[in-house]
Ligand binder design. Structure first.
Ligand code: NAP
Length: 249
C-alpha cells in the first residue's frame, strides 16, 4: 500500500476556491500536487501555502480539449506517476431558459465534463492496470435539478455524475476508483461578489432558508476529496457523497 507521502495528485481548479483548499490539504498531508488552471497568479497564491518541492503548476485551459493529452504527459513526467486526480474546475452559468445558448451549454460541458473524460482517458493510457488510480469529481446539488436558471450548469453536472459512475464500473478491474462529491452552496468566488458566475447567493440563502445549515467552507469539501484519494478509501467507487448543507437530496 502506498503512503500519502508518495502520492502525486493532479488537481484542476487549483487557482481558487475548492481546488485551492484541496491542493493545500493534499500538500499538508505530504502529497505532491500538480496544479492546473488558466490563471497563473491564482496558482501562485495557492502554492504560497505549500512546500515548494511538493507543487508543480501547469497553466491549462480545460476547454482546449486537444491540448489535454500533452498536458497530462507533461504532468506525469514530473514524478513518473500520477496516483490521484481531483477535478475541481467548474464553469458556471445562470440564465433563464429563454436566454440559454448552445454556446453557454457547450462551455459548461467542455470544462465540467469533456475535459474530465479526456484527462481520465489519458491517465488510463499511461498507467499499468495494477497501478491504483483514485479519481474524484466535484459535482453540484444543481445536478438534482432543484433550482431554477441553472440549465447549462445543472445539465453538465448531471452528465458529469453519469460519466463518472459509468467509468467506475468500467475501470474497476483496472484498479481505478471514481467517486463524486455533490456540494450545496460553498463559500467561493463562484458564488460571492459581483462577478459570481452563479450569482451572489449569500442574501438569497439568508432570506430563503434554502440551505438550513448555512454556507459550506471550501475546506470541508477539500477534506472529503482528499479522503477519497487517500489510502483509507480503496474500497469505494461509483459513489456520490453529498455535502448538502441540510438541503434534502
Ligand atoms: N461554490 C459552490 O457553491 C459550488 C457548489 C457546488 C459545486 N461547486 C463546484 O465546485 C467546483 C469548484 O468551484 P469553486 O466553487 O471553487 O469556484 P471558483 O473558486 O470559481 O473556482 C473555479 C475554478 O475552475 C477553474 N476553471 C474554470 N474554467 C476553467 C477553464 N476553462 N480551464 C481551466 N480551469 C478553469 C478556475 O481557474 P481559472 O479561472 O484560473 O482557469 C478556478 O480555479 C466547481 O466544479 C463547481 O461547479 C461549487
Amino acid at each position: 500500500m502506498q503512503t500519502f507521502d508518495q502520492k502525486v495528485v493532479l488537481v484542476t481548479g487549483a487557482s481558487s476556491g475548492i481546488g485551492r483548499a484541496t491542493c493545500r490539504e493534499l500538500a499538508a498531508r505530504g502529497a505532491s500536487v500538480i496544479l492546473l488552471a488558466r490563471r497563473e497568479a491564482g496558482m501562485q497564491e495557492t502554492m504560497s501555502a505549500m512546500p515548494e518541492e511538493q507543487a508543480l503548476a501547469i497553466k491549462t485551459d480545460l476547454s482546449d480539449l486537444a491540448s489535454l493529452p500533452a498536458m497530462v504527459e507533461q504532468a506525469r513526467a514530473w514524478k513518473g506517476h500520477i496516483d490521484g486526480f481531483i477535478h475541481c474546475a467548474g464553469a458556471g452559468a445562470r440564465a433563464r431558459l429563454r436566454d440559454v445558448t448552445t454556446e453557454s451549454m457547450l462551455r459548461c460541458m467542455r470544462v465540467n465534463v469533456f475535459s474530465f473524460v479526456e484527462i481520465v482517458r489519458k491517465l488510463m493510457r499511461l498507467k499499468k492496470n495494477t497501478d491504483l488510480l483514485q479519481v474524484v469529481a466535484i459535482s453540484s446539488l444543481a445536478a438534482m435539478g432543484h433550482d431554477k436558471q441553472l440549465i447549462a450548469y445543472g445539465a453538465s453536472k448531471a452528465a458529469l455524475e453519469t460519466a463518472a459512475k459509468i467509468m467506475a464500473v468500467e475501470l474497476a478491474s483496472r484498479s481505478t476508483l471514481v467517486n463524486l462529491i455533490r456540494p450545496a452552496f460553498v463559500n467561493t468566488p463562484m458564488n460571492t461578489g459581483a462577478d459570481a458566475t452563479l450569482g451572489d447567493f449569500t442574501t438569497r440563502l439568508e432570506e430563503s432558508g434554502y440551505q438550513p445549515l448555512g454556507i459550506i467552507s471550501p475546506e470541508e469539501v477539500a477534506q472529503m476529496a482528499v479522503y477519497l484519494v487517500s489510502p483509507a478509501a480503496v474500497h469505494i467507487s461509483g459513489a456520490i457523497f453529498p455535502i448538502n448543507g441540510g438541503v434534502p437530496c
